[in-house]
Design a protein around this ligand. Structure first.
Ligand code: SF4
Length: 159
């Protein structure tokens, strides 16, 4: 699973920043100066069983393991991708050439088209789900408590 710094960063100063571009710049600055202690442990931890012998990990798993091992989940995800058979990512990564380049993703057009159509179906599903949730306050409260990040995504999709 690869994701953005916004989803995966565990650096206390960076996660406080609201602006996503500022987050990216702060991270790049820390990485260039090797002053992020979490980044500095990625190389050492990338072969650790807690990361590479645990099967499929989602965003929450990466953040939890990164926090527990004091190791950057964002850069660890990039490392784990190199040996993965299947990599999950936000569908906009497939569409954006800069994101593809940044994540070293080479596009097979047939596979990408299939995945993209699947993603669109997912977006349609979440849009419908979100409309349903919008109309049902009780379900909204339940969904928000269940997973605040996904709830935000659903709210954005319905906008
Ligand atoms: S290297 Fe990782 S933990 Fe450090 S600032 Fe960047 S994303 Fe955050």
């Amino acid at each position: 699973m690869i994701g953005s710094r916004d989803q995966l960063c565990i650096h206390s100063e960076v996660i406080k920043e609201q602006n996503n571009m500022n987050k990216i710049h702060m991270c790049q600055k820390f990485v260039a100066a090797r002053s992020c202690v979490f980044y500095n442990r990625v190389e050492e931890m990338k072969n650790n069983p807690s990361f590479n012998e645990t099967g499929i990990m989602d965003i929450e798993d990466l953040v939890r393991k990164g926090t527990a091992n004091k190791c950057c989940p964002y850069y660890m995800a990039k490392e784990l991708k190199n040996d993965a058979d299947i990599v999950f990512m936000p569908y906009n990564y497939l569409l954006d050439p800069l994101a593809r380049k940044a994540n070293n993703i080479e596009l097979d057009v047939t596979i990408a088209t299939t995945i993209f159509i699947f993603s669109l179906n997912c977006v349609f599903f979440f849009r419908m789900l979100s409309l349903f949730l919008t109309k049902h306050t009780m379900w909204r409260k339940f969904a928000k408590r269940l997973d605040p990040y996904n709830f935000e995504a659903l709210t954005l999709l319905s906008a």
